[in-house]
Design a protein. Sequence first.
Length: 237
Amino acid sequence: MLSKLKKMIPSSVKKILRPIHNILTNKYSSEFEYWKSRNINDNGKFKNFFYKDIMLAMAQESDDKFINDKIVADFGCGPRGSLVWANSAKLRIGIDVLVDRYSNAFKQDITSHNMLYIKSTELCIPIPDNYIDIIFSLNAMDHVDNFSVMSAEILRILKLGGVLYCSFNLGEQKSSTEPQNLSESIIKNYLLNKMKIHEYRITNKGPKNNIYKPFYDNVLNYNSNSEGLLWVKATKL
C-alpha cells in the first residue's frame, strides 16, 4: 500500500520532501532493514555467487590468481559474503559500519564466509597503516557520511603500491542511506589525485535488472545529466 502511495506522489513534490525525509530517517536502521529484506528474498540464506563475476570484471581478470597470497578487503561489504570467491587470498576482510548488527541477525551466514568482518566507524577503519594489498569497494562510497575522511582512511590502510578496485555511483540524489552525491571531480580531489590511475571506465547505468551491463558489453557511454557508474583501478603512491 505504501509503495502505491509513493508512486502517486508527483516527482516535483518528492524532490521537495526528500530532504525532510532524509533528516527524519535513520541511516543505519534503513540500511539494516534493506539487508533484512534481502535475506528474506534469499530465503534466509544470502546468495553471493554473483560477486565473483562483478569483482573480476572490475579488476579485468579472468580468475583469482591476481590475489594469490594477498590480504584482500572489501569496504562497505554488507553481510552477504562478498569475498567468498577469493579462495587464493591470504586473508579476506569485510569492512562495514554495521558488522555488529549483521553478526547478531545473520550469524550463520557471517560465520560461514571464511572472512574476517571488521566494524568500521564513519571516522576510522580499525586496521593498521599500510596493511591491505587489495581493496574492493562496490557501491559503498556514496553511503559514507564524510567522503574525504573515508577516502583518507582507505588510503591509510592500503599498502604502498596496493591496488584499489572501486565502483562509484555518480550523480545520484542524496538519500538517508546515500548522503553523498558523487561526481568525477569530488572523487579525483579526495582520492584519485593521491593515486596512480591504471583503469578509468565511466558509463551511464544499464537496465535496472543489470546496471553493470555496459561494462560487460564494453559499450560505455556517459552523459553527466544521467546517473552513472565509474570503475577505477588505482594504486597507492
